[in-house]
Design a protein around this ligand. Structure first.
Ligand code: UT7
Length: 327
């Protein structure tokens, strides 16, 4: 949906970012000691060099709380100033309550409503689109959106086709009502008929796990689909805001694979020096990857106030979407 600047219009704006990566780093060489792979294969096929792995007992909500605290510090807000928490995750702490409710408790954000969004690697962009409507309507003022994942617990460490690609981490943003443009346009898509190419088929029924509880992926099919849809959805949001790819200051795509990121940049017409890439040191952190990349680039001074930032996500479902931001 497009947000127009009419008198009295309330925009939703990101005012700060935060992120957290677990201490433990697993390099490609570490991996090659227990899986039939090599640093050369992983680097050349994905660009990934290392990833972070959560400690035993470190839950998705713990990663989310660390990222959220850093974002709150940056915004100069207390946890009690937040009136809504949305957590995008595919690796919730438990079946229920939502990870967002656990985060609300751990943060002491007692004035906040809380819920999770499950759209796999598109979860952060889906969350921005939903929260934008809730803030722009005037119903919510200060919102935390967090992408947080512990994929290390849902990958099969014996499957070299998937385990080398993923990592754990969390990224958070604080959004607030603003008279200045913030989120300019969002567009979401899904194609459930393509769900077989990326999924975790296992599920709990009557106390028993049925099906394989690990990530299954048809890598080449996901690769092809991702490259097809990412540039297209970016162009959709650009058109909604009467802008073109040449207006983009920073492309912040889902961090799955440098080859997908490069191909998306090429199709869109955005050069590599305007693209934020963090996958090399983090792997694919699913819903956490875009807010982790935003935090990295905002903190190191690349993304500056007033710039046009194009975020785009793609993942299981199949889901994809884009949120075009004025920073
Ligand atoms: O958030 C979205 C989630 N996922 C993605 O974005 C992933 C999308 N897909 C990809 O990034 C790529 O398809 C991969 C990186 C997963 C794989 O790259 P590829 O160039 O598509 O390789 P492939 O799957 O076609 O496999 C090529 C070969 C195969 O061997 P054969 O059959 O040619 O002998 C695989 O068995 O590479 C083999 N292989 C490996 N070799 C060493 C697969 N995984 C590994 C590995 N180490 N880890």
């Amino acid at each position: 949906m497009l947000q127009r600047a009419t008198p009295g219009h309330v925009f939703t704006k990101i005012i700060s970012t935060g992120s957290y990566l677990p201490d433990k780093i697993l390099t490609n060489d570490d991996l090659s000691k227990f899986v039939d792979t090599s640093d050369e294969w992983i680097r050349s096929r994905s660009g990934i060099q290392s990833r972070h792995i959560a400690a035993d007992g470190e839950e998705t909500s713990d990663l989310a709380v660390m990222a959220a605290k850093r974002a709150l510090d940056g915004a100069g807000l207390a946890a009690t100033d937040i009136d809504l928490i949305v957590v995008a995750t595919t690796t919730p702490d438990v079946v229920f309550p939502s990870t967002a409710c656990i985060v609300q408790d751990k943060l002491g954000a007692k004035n906040a409503a809380a819920f999770d969004i499950q759209a796999v690697c598109s979860g952060f962009v889906y969350s921005l689109a939903v929260v934008d409507k809730m803030v722009a309507s005037g119903a919510y003022k200060n919102v935390l959106v967090i992408g947080a994942e512990v994929y290390s617990r849902i990958v099969n460490w014996k499957d070299r086709g998937t385990c080398v690609l993923f990592g754990d981490g969390a990224g958070a943003v604080v959004l607030t009502q603003s008279k200045e443009p913030g989120i300019l346009a969002t567009k979401l898509h899904a194609d459930g008929s393509r769900r077989s190419i990326l999924n975790v088929p296992g599920h709990v029924r009557n106390g028993v796990v049925y099906g394989d509880p690990y990530v299954h992926m048809d890598g080449p099919a996901v690769f092809k689909m991702a490259v097809q849809v990412m540039a297209d959805v970016c162009n959709e949001t650009l058109a909604m805001a009467n802008l073109t790819a040449s207006d983009i200051d920073w492309l912040v795509p889902h961090q799955a694979n440098v080859r997908i990121i490069d191909a998306t940049g090429k199709r869109l017409g955005v050069s590599p020096d305007k693209t934020i890439v963090t996958v090399q040191g983090q792997g694919n952190t699913s819903a956490a990857s875009i807010p982790l990349a935003l935090d990295t680039a905002a903190r190191d001074g690349r993304i500056k106030a007033g710039q046009l930032v194009q975020t785009v996500g793609v993942g299981g479902g199949f889901t994809w979407g884009s949120a075009l931001l004025r920073w």
